[in-house]
Design a protein. Structure first.
Length: 320
């Protein structure tokens, strides 16, 4: 079995390339567990659990220190992860896509076999922002900060792996050429797929709804984000053993934006919990008030239930 993992930021074409490879023969796992974006729900649940171990989520990942995948709090996810992976069975080509894998790949390495293949697909940051703005209402600062975190982690965690890096624009503009070259590369690595020339891979040019200029010079872009975009452009191609480009530290502003998003998410969670407790308390108060005003109702209800109202005792069957 060969494992192929698709890495990249949300809204960057990971779904399109995954579906194409699936139609060429890659196995996504149990169909009932595969969602509309060709992601395994069970795998996504475990990725979310990993991010939560560091007080984060997909839209506000926390700081994960060196060697984080060996920490005890992370080991708590092993049981669920093993169960999710086991549901694939033993396919010839295991295909897994989830943008969260870009952040959590070190944990999954032990489940993906000795020599998994990484496919990194990236998209112009301004197009990612436009898509996130449409779907989530995110501004450029947060969108670029998340784009930077996902892509920098994907590059770093692919170190040493057989890796293909390409741009989303290549996939939608040169579909046949890009997929033919990718299939040939994977074939050279022992991955047997169908012929792209005779397979409808469901790739369409009109899947690209947002367009950005060639260069990344948005006013909200930081030097480290611009450097990362340039590094991605420079690493496009096939790598027998991937060597990630030198990393630049993200700007304090980017880190602060993600931290603010994390605090907002936690505040909303606390608000939801408080409202839930308030509704529960309000219901209890109404019940207590009813008992004080109409105690006869409770007495009548208990009398009508007779001996079968005893706690823990099931109602007796009718006599025959």
């Amino acid at each position: 079995m060969t494992s192929i993992v698709i890495l990249g930021m949300h809204r960057s074409g990971t779904s399109a390339i995954t579906r194409a490879l699936n139609l060429l023969g890659g196995a996504l796992g149990p169909l009932e567990d595969v969602g509309e974006y060709w992601e395994r729900a069970a795998m996504r649940l475990q990725c979310d659990a990993l991010l939560e171990r560091f007080d984060g989520a997909w839209d506000c990942p926390g700081i994960m220190p060196e060697g984080w995948d060996s920490l005890e709090r992370v080991a708590e996810v092993d049981k669920g992860a093993l169960a999710a992976i086991s549901e694939y069975g033993d396919p010839e080509v295991l295909l897994w896509k989830d943008p969260r894998a870009s952040l959590t790949l070190p944990f999954w390495r032990k489940y993906l076999g000795a020599d998994p293949i990484a496919i990194i697909i990236y998209r112009h940051p301004e197009e990612v922002w436009a898509s996130l703005d449409t779907r989530n209402g995110f501004g450029p600062g947060l969108s670029f900060a998340l784009w930077e975190r996902y892509n920098s982690d994907a590059l770093r965690y692919a170190s040493g792996l057989r890796t293909v890096v390409f741009a989303y624009s290549d996939l939608v503009q040169n579909q046949s050429e890009t997929m033919t070259e990718l299939a040939a590369t994977l074939g050279g690595w022992g991955v047997s797929l169908k012929d792209p020339a005779s397979t409808d891979m469901e790739l369409r040019a009109d899947q690209r709804h947002h367009h950005a200029p060639k260069h990344f010079s948005h006013p909200s872009a930081t030097p480290s984000q611009q450097a990362l975009f340039a590094a991605l452009e420079a690493t496009r191609g096939v790598h027998e053993s991937f060597s990630p480009p030198a990393a630049m530290e993200p700007s304090p502003l980017s880190l602060e934006l993600i931290q603010m998003r994390r605090q907002l998410r936690m505040s909303r969670r606390e608000l939801w919990r408080a409202r839930s407790e308030h509704r529960s308390l309000s219901g209890s108060r109404r019940k207590l008030f009813s008992l004080l005003i109409h105690p006869e109702r409770t007495s009548r209800d208990e009398h009508s239930m007779g001996d079968d109202a005893s706690i823990g005792q099931p109602p007796r069957s009718p006599s025959t």
